[in-house]
Ligand binder design. Structure first.
Ligand code: NDP
Length: 299
């Protein structure tokens, strides 16, 4: 039995943040500009509050400006759109992120599509989806871009001809992930809840990306020996072994079974999770450079 190589997303993300900080310093030196990221939070969702706090902290640690806009849960759609418009017009703001989910009375797509596409560092604007789909310069969604970085770091830059499967077809993870793998010349299968013989589809893949949201659904015997397994899922399950009422995080892949078969695998936590904010910061630097019309500094 083999033991898969552990893909350390935490270490990769730390290194990426270091490279972002170096680029920020060079931009300041060469152009006197500090990249700025604005995060808008509507309401008091506890998980969203934690994300926003972490984003703000890591933005500042990289030497960038962080602008936080915390709005009441009762904020109207019109008022939120007015905040987005102000940020669109603000030259100190190079990236805008509206934290999802938004309260039910607000149309998420309308708000996301009100962000200037070039400042849409989450890459969720329909223009950026279209640009990604048609091979044009886009802002690329952070989680799938982070997954691609981990895959290339593990398997090498050239993924040509590899069979890849993406399990999940959401707009924020599954679809852009599949597009990125296609752009990297993989032969890509997109699987979802209606896919027939999912284990059989998975067993053919050299690269398996799981973005489902179902704890430990993908079993070890679904995995092709030696495959690269990227587990995007973050699921909280009861952990009675840790004590009454305790919980733990698991991915969409049954890690214990999969690591016996895979060539490489991301753990949960510590795999894909830490990549998302690091890529968000990298996207903000990219957006800043594009707005200045300058090449991104080397780091
Ligand atoms: P969605 O709920 O939007 O999409 C889930 C996808 O999984 C859907 O396409 C669905 O298919 C598919 N699916 C559901 N059940 C099955 C099944 N039994 N067999 C095959 N496919 C199935 O989730 P997201 O893409 O937003 O997120 C997926 C996971 O990734 C979650 O655990 C989430 O927490 C995590 N996540 C982690 C991030 C990070 O690490 N930073 C960022 C974003 C997400 P269908 O379309 O047919 O319904």
């Amino acid at each position: 039995m083999t033991q898969a190589k552990l893909i350390d997303g935490k270490a990769f993300a730390e290194n990426l943040r270091g490279r972002v900080a170096a680029k920020v310093a060079k931009l300041q030196d060469a152009h006197g500009v500090t990249p700025g990221l604005a995060v808008v939070l509507v309401g008091e969702d506890p998980a969203s509050q934690v994300y926003v706090r972490n984003k703000g902290k890591q933005t500042v640690e990289c030497g960038m400006h962080s602008f936080e806009h915390k709005l009441d849960a009762s904020t109207s759609e019109a008022d939120l759109l007015a905040v987005v418009e102000k940020l669109n017009a603000d030259d100190a703001v190079h990236g805008i992120l509206v934290q999802l989910p938004l309260p039910d009375h607000i149309d998420e797509a309308k708000v996301i599509n009100a962000i200037t596409p070039d400042k849409d560092v989450d890459g969720f604007h329909v223009i950026n989806s279209g640009r990604l789909m048609t091979g044009q310069e886009a802002m690329v969604p952070c989680t799938p871009l982070g997954c691609l970085m981990l895959i290339k770091d593990t398997l090498g830059e050239d993924l040509s001809g590899k069979r890849a499967i993406v399990v999940g077809r959401s707009n924020i993870v599954g679809k852009p992930m599949a597009q990125l793998l296609l752009d990297a010349n993989c032969t890509v299968t997109i699987a979802h809840s209606r896919t027939q013989d999912l284990p059989g589809e998975c067993r053919r893949a050299d690269i398996l990306v799981a973005a489902v949201g179902r704890p430990e659904m993908i079993k070890g015997d679904w995995i092709k020996p030696g495959a690269c397994v990227i587990d995007v899922g973050i699921n909280r399950i009861p952990a009675p072994e840790k004590g009454e009422g305790k919980t733990r995080l698991v991915g969409d892949v049954d890690f214990a079974g999969a690591e016996q078969v895979a060539g490489s695998i991301t753990p949960v936590p510590g795999g894909v999770g830490p990549m998302t904010i690091a890529v968000l910061l990298a996207n903000t630097v990219t957006a800043c450079c594009r707005s200045l019309g300058v090449a991104e500094p080397e780091a």
